[in-house]
Design a protein around this ligand. Structure first.
Ligand SMILES: Cc1cc2nc3c(=O)[nH]c(=O)nc-3n(C[C@H](O)[C@H](O)[C@H](O)COP(=O)(O)OP(=O)(O)OC[C@H]3O[C@@H](n4cnc5c(N)ncnc54)[C@H](O)[C@@H]3O)c2cc1C
Length: 477
């Protein structure tokens, strides 16, 4: 490994080329600067990625954003992309002994109205009445901070088990007891305190949300958004270097010295690339750290105190994506898809997304009778998931209530996202807020501008990272 040059002076350095890093680089160009973005893998986009199945381009990573904030749709529009909403259909939940459509008047499965017919059919009338009774209890001085205890304490264990746990497991790949309620449903605890019941708190939060579907994406696939950010940022003067991993960030007078090295592919693609190439250094007044929690805190450890709680490892998420010639699925028997309750023994999958039913532009790309399914595996606490097309086909048959056979499989793809979605616990949230406070203090001391962006650094998912990445860059300019 050699040091190829003296440090290069640049307007800004962005470390990490996932959605957050690409937005930061693009935003710098909008502010008239020419940033350098270093990405250790051979491609940008991070956890938002596309591939092809039966010749059809589709999302293998994140497929959209939560619409509770307007920023992602605004950004898509600014980029010239068309926002797409999913087909209107409830989510279903599968238990060994039941399969039902989830109440739609809810947040993360927590109902806004416990007398809703969908709630009664999911819980039974007695259990729904018991939950309503519990939720009338006086408010404690402080509500529990984790989602699981919050729901169980206000509505009882059955609401948690039947309605919330499947949704939390499906969306956040975690048990509700490890999820910070303030992160996965911002404002819910405060609204519950203010209204005097969890159901009313959910109703209040829902009334503040924009109308329409809870998620949205980009026509043609979510993966087109990072591709467009990459293209437009480069066209506007950004330099985007893939296979280049940042190794160190240190003070350099009142600026920053960022040292990076070329990388090569790790034989295990789930592991980070190996930094064994030539070294490049950059001197800059502005740094944005946009990689996931582990590498970000390692880089920041020479700048601030990064000691924190032990991270809860992300679930070993795995997908078997199937293209099936199956006209019997034309009626979309389970709407856009379904979640499988933990502890189910008749299927091993944890969720199924009927992708070509859910996204209109994907449906248009599929010839008659062709359907794209994502069968998802890997729950929190599991260490390993064995994925196979046969198992996915068997699970899909049970979940969709339709017999599907191997000769209907036109194409398939197995994707591992091991450990990529570490849940935000109340402890990690407090620690993360402390990191932001320390960086803010550095910025105010005038010793170079530095920001920390990304899904883990901003809350949860794309909805939170978009405004945070843009705002962070605006503050550094
Ligand atoms: C299967 C799946 C489905 C999902 N579905 C949704 C969804 O529907 N809605 C939603 O909102 N979210 C979803 N998510 C989560 C969402 O994809 C992520 O929260 C988001 O894409 C994270 O973006 P990011 O830029 O913060 O991080 P990442 O995408 O992780 O990007 C970080 C980048 O930094 C790079 N990097 C790391 N270390 C270094 C270094 N030292 N130097 C240079 N580069 C480095 C990495 O290679 C990576 O490319 C999903 C995630 C997965 C895996």
């Amino acid at each position: 490994m050699t040091n190829t040059s003296d440090p290069q002076r640049v307007d800004a350095v962005v470390i990490g080329g996932g959605m957050a890093g690409l937005i930061a680089a693009w935003q710098f160009t909008q502010e008239g600067l020419r940033p350098v973005l270093v990405e250790s893998r051979g491609y940008t986009g991070g956890l938002v990625a596309g591939s092809t199945l039966a010749g059809i381009s589709y999302d293998i990573g994140a497929e959209g954003w939560a619409t509770r904030l307007p920023d992602s749709a605004e950004l898509a529009t600014e980029l010239g992309l068309t926002v797409e909403t999913p087909a209107t259909a409830p989510s279903w939940v599968y238990f060994d002994d039941a399969c039902f459509a989830m109440p739609t008047n809810a947040i993360l499965g927590i109902p806004a109205d416990l007398s809703d017919l969908a709630v009664i059919s999911a819980l039974g009338a007695d259990e729904a009445a018991r939950a309503a009774e519990l939720d009338r209890a006086p408010m404690p001085e402080e509500l529990p901070r984790d989602l699981g205890t919050l729901v169980a304490s206000r509505m009882g264990p059955e609401v948690l088990r039947r309605l919330v746990t499947p949704i939390a497991g499906g969306i956040h790949a975690a048990d509700p007891h490890v999820l910070s309620a303030d992160v996965v449903s911002p404002g819910l605890r405060a609204a519950t305190q203010a209204t005097g019941s969890l159901a009313a708190g959910v109703a209040l939060c829902r009334s503040r949300m924009p109308g329409g579907p809870a998620v949205a994406s980009v026509a043609g696939g979510m993966f087109t958004m990072p591709a467009e950010l990459h293209r437009q940022a480069e066209r506007a003067g950004a330099t985007i270097m893939t296979r280049m991993g940042a190794r160190e960030v240190t003070h350099h007078g009142d600026e920053w010295l960022v040292e990076a090295a070329g990388t090569s592919r790790n034989p295990n693609p789930s592991l980070p690339p190996i930094p064994d190439g030539d070294v490049r250094s950059f001197v800059t007044p502005r740094v944005v750290v946009a990689c996931s929690a582990g590498p970000a805190t390692k880089l920041l450890s020479s700048v601030i105190d990064t000691a924190g709680p032990e991270m809860v490892p992300g679930a070993p998420i795995g997908h078997v994506n199937l293209a099936l010639q199956a006209p019997e699925l034309d009626a979309n028997p389970r709407g856009n898809g379904m979640l499988v309750a933990p502890g189910t023994t008749t299927v091993t999958a944890k969720a199924l997304t009927h992708m070509s039913a859910k996204w209109p532009s994907l449906a248009q790309s599929c010839p008659d009778g062709l359907h794209l399914l994502r069968v998802s595996y890997g729950r929190s606490g599991e260490t390993n998931v064995a994925l196979s097309v046969d198992q996915a086909l068997a699970d899909a048959s049970v979940l969709l209530g339709v017999d599907l056979s191997a000769d209907q499989v036109v194409d398939s793809q197995i994707i591992h996202w091991t450990g990529s979605l570490a849940p935000t616990t109340p402890q990690t949230r407090a620690w993360r807020d402390g990191l932001h406070r320390q960086l803010e203090a550095l910025n105010q001391a005038g010793r170079g501008g530095i920001g920390l962006v990304g899904a883990w650094a901003s809350g949860s998912g794309i909805a939170a990272l978009v405004p945070q990445a843009r705002q962070t860059v605006r503050q550094l300019v």
